[in-house]
Write a protein that binds this ligand. Structure first.
Ligand code: 5GP
Ligand code: MG
Ligand code: MG
Length: 182
């Protein structure tokens, strides 16, 4: 077990959990994208850690690119407002695009992104999300094809996920103590 950060209440997924989640996703993706023209698009900045691990578990040829959107700011609540801060370098027309996300909550961020990317006419467009907060019977605005794990409805940090740009470097995913953001 990793030494816990004092601001973390509980570890949800440790290094070994993460490794097996990512490996399984990589194997699924490798099977599904054999013979295709795969482009992984990570959503900055939270998804970079997952992207780095996931791409090394995919055995088929691929390209990577990055987008930055802003939806949460430094707050723990979704604003519902999404804005492209950095666009792709790559032309994705006729390519098989897989969006790589850290965590899917309301799905508003991804819904906006997918609509935007679909207008560029990729051959296919799917989502791989490391975590999915699909609890309380609420429907996410998008349906991810690949999911690392479901996640409780708590504010989590680590493995790329931040609060006010901190905690991204924790090698595990943990629940942030509420007094930190209260
Ligand atoms: P959505 O638009 O799906 O509600 O929000 C998605 C984005 O909000 C994620 O990509 C992530 O940046 C942020 N987010 C949602 N839930 C959490 C969480 O529990 N912890 C952290 N650190 N970010 C979250
Ligand atoms: Mg994200
Ligand atoms: Mg964030």
């Amino acid at each position: 077990m990793n030494k816990e950060h004092p601001d973390v209440d509980a570890v949800l997924f440790d290094k070994r959990d993460i490794e097996s989640m990512v490996k399984r996703m990589g194997e699924q993706i490798s099977r599904d994208y054999a013979g295709k023209d795969l482009v992984l698009i990570a959503v900055l900045r939270g998804a970079v850690v997952f992207m780095g691990d996931l791409m090394r578990q995919i055995s088929v040829p691929l390209a990577i690119d990055f987008m930055a959107v802003s939806s949460y700011g430094d707050k723990a609540k979704s604003s519902g407002v999404v804005r492209i801060v950095k666009d792709l370098e790559m032309d994705i027309k006729d390519r098989d695009v897989l969006i790589v996300e850290d965590i899917l909550d309301s799905g508003l961020t991804l819904k906006y992104l997918m609509k935007n990317l679909a207008s560029r006419k990729p051959a296919s467009l799917e989502v791989a999300t490391f975590l999915w907060k699909d609890i309380d019977g609420k429907q996410a605005a998008v349906n991810p094809r690949y999911v690392g794990s479901h996640c409780p409805n708590a504010f989590v940090v680590g493995y790329g996920l931040d609060f006010a740009e901190r905690y991204r470097n924790l090698p595990y995913v943990g629940i942030l103590k509420s007094e930190v953001y209260a």
